[in-house]
Design a binder for this molecule. Structure first.
Ligand code: APR
Length: 243
């Protein structure tokens, strides 16, 4: 690892960090995009064409999410945020809430959240663990047929990009965990961070599509490589503290 103290850390996580909790990834063997076509369930056009089908896809994923638990990798990143003497910001592409359940607090969900629903009529966003049907009324405006998952679909703009960009510009350590590096803009974050002078580390099961852009790589299951990497960072930060 690069011999310097890191003051600001940005961590990008993807589906790989939640895989060992039992949530299937998108592009691995047996992944979600082998069973469903993106254009049938994850675009605004799909929702317009068959809202009941799209809502049911997300209802099922929401129900599945309520059955699983955070794993050692989620807990390690929460511990890093708590114990690291510098700033730690988590940017996740995941729509699950496993980082929060593990204790992470500074977190940006750039692709939205499965446990939130939005009214396309009045813009109201609310938390729910319940199924959403085409007949479910918006709790704010009372209209029916206007509720949709508060997730970012293909062809839509990810959330909080300006804030993320600022954080990437100012970070000196960038970590990418469990992401295939195939979906932009997230796949391009390493380039922004690297250009801003950050040390870039990839923690993944296998080299991602943008692996060459990272300075350092640790390959293996997230529940092994993430806690080990976090432990190393925390140990080093103690040495810096005590001179
Ligand atoms: N530990 C670490 N990494 C893992 C593990 C594991 N146990 N299991 C799988 N991985 C890695 C895979 O090797 C792969 O590189 O996680 C990555 C998962 O890649 P994707 O399925 O493409 O998921 P992600 O990168 O999060 O996808 C980005 O695509 O469809 C969209 O909106 C969706 O946010 C998602 C975006």
């Amino acid at each position: 690892m690069k011999p310097q103290e890191f003051r600001r850390i940005v961590i990008l996580t993807g589906a790989g960090i939640s895989a060992e909790s039992g949530i299937p990834t998108f592009r691995d063997k047996g992944g979600l995009w082998e069973k469903y076509r993106i254009e049938d369930v994850a675009t605004p056009e799909a929702f317009r064409k068959d809202p009941a089908f799209v809502l049911e896809f997300y209802n099922r994923r929401r129900r599945d999410l309520l059955k699983v638990k955070p794993n050692a990798a989620h807990y390690a990143l929460a511990r890093l945020e708590r114990e690291y003497p510098g700033e730690v910001l988590l940017v996740t592409q995941n729509v699950d809430d496993l980082h929060e359940r593990a204790g992470s607090r500074r977190i940006i969900h750039m692709h939205g959240e499965l446990l939130k629903v939005r009214c396309e009529g009045c813009g109201h966003v609310f938390k729910t663990e319940e199924d959403i049907l085409t007949t479910t009324p918006c709790p704010s405006c009372g209209k029916k047929g206007t509720l949709r998952p508060h997730v970012v679909w293909f062809g839509e703009m990810p959330f909080h990009l300006e804030e993320i960009w600022q954080a990437l510009q100012g970070c000196d350590l960038f970590l990418a965990v469990g992401t295939s590096g195939t979906v932009y803009p997230a796949a391009g974050f390493v380039e922004i961070a690297r250009r801003a002078g950050a040390w870039c580390v990839e923690l993944n099961l296998e080299p991602s599509a943008v692996a060459d852009l990272f300075h350092e790589h640790h390959y293996g299951p997230a529940t092994k490589v993430v806690p080990a990497f976090v432990e190393g960072l925390l140990q080093r930060s103690k040495n810096f503290d005590t001179g």
